[in-house]
Design a protein around this ligand. Structure first.
Ligand code: PBG
Length: 328
């Protein structure tokens, strides 16, 4: 008989044998930013997550920094009346996200700022690209994504993170950044982004729901596997610095494949809004113990091979486990 139970006999022993652990450096914390002052709007579909005006955002960032978080991801959320078919508000000079970056960098120069680069929150039709002949047009969208990235880079973003799933978007962004003197601004590409039912709560938070159709003509089909590797390889060739698999919890196999294929590339996984709310809502209803489920899901993402995790749970996780014996 082989004795395994001695490895699990008490908390201290379990901690000693645990070879997958999470810490504050592993997290990228997502933020929704809105215009105005003094705003901290609850999001109906995403419990315990808020849309912040820039002044309130600064206050919250102070809190996450105290928990050890050193990376944040910004999404701009604008008024419906400011949206048009080209998503102009995304890349005009002094746009909402650029102003947020400037203020954050002034206050907290050491925090790494990532920005989501996509048109869906800014277009009147809610699609991630421009529309031509009733279709989402790939090539005419590229320059707009590049322009949006440039405004973020100028404001001081460390990473721009294109999530529109347009072919060639990384190349177009890289070229524009280089030509404008931003060779050192990095790109985190949402390379393997699947068309997912788990984005539902986010679209309410970011007010970015498509007004017709869905995103299946540009985001990946969840019945595909090797295509994720091809997407990542293409992005790396185009100049991506870090790459992403998204969603995370329902795509652990893809994370695992991606990590074993691209061992030296920093791999990010996004525990998306629906994956967060699955745990949150079930726990709030009393069906699960939130800390256990949250910790298990996040650890699984790391165990599968993610180097960094974007999660709405980052703050809660770190709050709960800080100064505590992590795994016992
Ligand atoms: C923008 C974008 C989306 C998410 C991140 N960036 C929504 C979408 O593709 O519809 C989803 C994040 C989440 O669900 O938490 N394209």
């Amino acid at each position: 008989m082989k004795r395994f139970r001695k490895l699990r006999k008490d908390g201290q022993t379990r901690d000693k044998y645990a070879n997958v652990t999470l810490n504050s450096n592993d997290f990228i914390y997502p933020y929704f930013v809105v215009e105005g002052y003094n705003k901290r709007q609850p999001i109906q579909s995403l419990h315990n997550v808020y849309r912040f005006s820039i002044d309130e955002l600064i206050r919250d960032i102070e809190e996450v920094i105290s928990l050890g978080v050193n990376k944040i991801l910004l999404f701009g959320v604008i008024d419906e009346t400011l949206k048009d078919e080209f998503g102009t508000a995304a890349y005009i000079s002094s746009n909402l996200v650029s102003r947020a970056i400037k203020t954050i960098k002034q206050k907290f120069p050491a925090i790494l700022v990532f920005t989501d680069v996509c048109l869906c929150g800014y277009t009147s039709h809610g699609h991630c690209g421009l529309i031509k002949n009733q279709e989402i047009d790939n090539d005419s969208t590229l320059l707009f994504l590049a322009q949006m990235s440039l405004t973020h880079a100028e404001a001081g973003a460390d990473f721009v993170a294109p999530s529109a799933m347009m072919d060639g978007q990384v190349e177009s962004i890289r070229k524009t950044l280089n030509n404008s003197g931003f060779q050192s601004t990095k790109i985190l590409s949402y390379s393997a982004k699947y068309a997912s039912g788990f984005y539902g709560p986010f679209r309410d938070a970011a007010q970015s729901k498509p007004s017709f159709g869905d995103r299946r003509s540009y985001q990946m089909d969840y019945r595909t596997t090797d295509q994720a590797i091809d997407e990542i390889a293409a992005d790396l060739e185009e100049g991506a610095d870090w790459v992403m698999v998204k969603p995370a919890h329902t795509y652990l196999d893809i994370i695992c494949r991606a990590k074993s294929h691209f061992k030296d590339t920093s791999l990010v996984a996004y525990q998306v809004s629906g994956e967060y709310m699955m745990i949150k809502a079930a726990s709030d209803a009393g069906f699960m113990e939130e800390y256990l489920a949250m910790s298990e899901a996040l650890t699984a993402i790391k165990r599968a091979g993610a180097d960094y995790i974007i999660s709405y749970y980052a703050k809660k996780y770190l709050n709960h486990f800080q100064n505590k014996n992590l795994l016992s």
